[in-house]
Design a protein around this ligand. Structure first.
Ligand code: NAX
Length: 333
């Protein structure tokens, strides 16, 4: 067996972490032969709750989990990291305006970006989950300038999985029979779930999604809004935001970074836009279709984009530009 890798999860006392930590610790993400040291960060008022999570992890008696460090101190949490999964963020409170949320989170991700720069390994892979995930990721990246920009990504895999599952349910096939959906842009209600390049396995053959579903109006209408609004629908029903499905998506995202994507398949993740083939504005963390090999992602090239898609891709880029500029203006003050 190899040496343990050091994996940080922030927001470790929260509800996503409660599902996520078990999956990571039992080998679902980095493999059944990879020992793990878990570093768990939360804010000081949550540390007594975090103690309970640590006790439960110990009580799972998992063979791969070699050590657990629970802390409220960034210097301890970010030390020599191989992996940073940044889940914790300031939630939107009642009466809070969007710009206040951006401001509070810009400060958190400035601090965590600096901690990555100072304490983590330069090879660390950083996944930002806490919302607004794309902009938080961009801020952390900017404050960790000696870590390659390619090492940063944000989570849009939950949206990807939601889109995949909606198509699968419509066609009456398992979700694994649906591949190459794309989430473009922001992890917000402006995201664009795109099925123009999606394939569905029907009776043993791979069929274009539009031919499999045979309902263009649904694919260009309710399908898109269902995926865009799914997070809100879960909150309305459960009175809590998505946690089990978010943890599953984080595992999917990280496992693909670690082991690569299957041949001929692409997945969605928020990555730095620079010189990309789809003319998405530069200097954003924008969700693209990517393939991953040797722990390195590459944006899938050569996919045709029609006017319908182009307009939606631009709308979500516009929102991201506004978010970025608002967050950066706060940090400059
Ligand atoms: P919870 O409120 O249950 O947990 C968040 C935890 O983060 C809390 O324990 C809190 O104390 C901690 N925290 C706050 N500031 C921190 C800081 N500076 N350092 C370390 N920890 C800190 O939220 P949960 O449901 O777990 O969701 C976590 C985040 O994921 C939220 O921002 C949520 O909006 C976001 N999500 C993002 C998704 C995505 O696809 N990108 C999907 C799921 C989820 O909605």
């Amino acid at each position: 067996m190899s040496e343990p890798i050091r994996v940080l999860v922030t927001g470790a006392a929260g509800q996503i972490a409660y599902s996520l930590l078990y999956s990571i610790s039992k080998g679902d993400v980095f493999g059944k032969d990879q020992p793990i040291t878990l570093l768990l960060l939360d804010i000081p008022p949550m540390l007594s709750i975090l103690d309970g999570v640590v006790m439960e992890l110990q009580d799972c008696a998992l063979p791969l989990l070699r050590a657990i460090v629970a802390t409220g101190n960034e210097e301890v949490a970010f030390k020599d990291l191989d992996i940073a999964i940044l889940v914790g963020s300031m939630p939107r409170k009642e009466g809070m305006e969007r710009k206040d949320l951006l401001k509070a989170n810009a400060a958190i991700f400035e601090s965590q970006g600096k901690a990555l720069e100072k304490y983590a390994k330069k090879t660390v892979k950083v996944l930002v989950v806490g919302n607004p995930a794309n902009t938080n990721c961009l801020i952390a990246m900017k404050f960790a300038s000696s870590i390659p920009k390619e090492n940063f990504s944000c989570l849009t895999r939950l949206d990807h999985n939601r889109a995949r599952s909606q198509v699968a349910m419509r066609c009456g096939v398992p979700a694994t029979y649906v591949k190459n959906v794309i989430i473009w842009g922001n992890h917000s209600s402006t995201q664009y779930p795109d099925v123009h390049h999606c394939l569905v396995k029907m009776s043993g053959n791979e069929v274009a999604c539009f031919d499999a579903v045979k309902d263009e109006a649904w694919l260009k209408g309710d399908f898109i809004t269902t995926v865009q609004q799914r997070g809100a629908a879960v909150i309305k029903s459960r009175k809590l935001s998505s946690a089990m499905s978010a943890a599953k998506a984080i595992c999917d995202h990280m496992r693909d970074i670690w082991f690569g994507t299957p041949e001929g398949e692409f997945i969605s993740m928020g990555v730095y836009s620079t010189g990309n083939p789809y003319k998405v504005p530069e200097d954003l963390i924008y969700s693209f279709p990517v393939q991953i090999k040797d722990k390195t992602w590459k944006i899938v090239e050569g996919l045709a984009v029609n006017d319908f898609s182009r307009a939606k891709m631009e709308a979500t880029a516009t929102e991201l530009i506004e978010e970025r500029d608002t967050a950066i203006a706060f940090l400059a003050k």
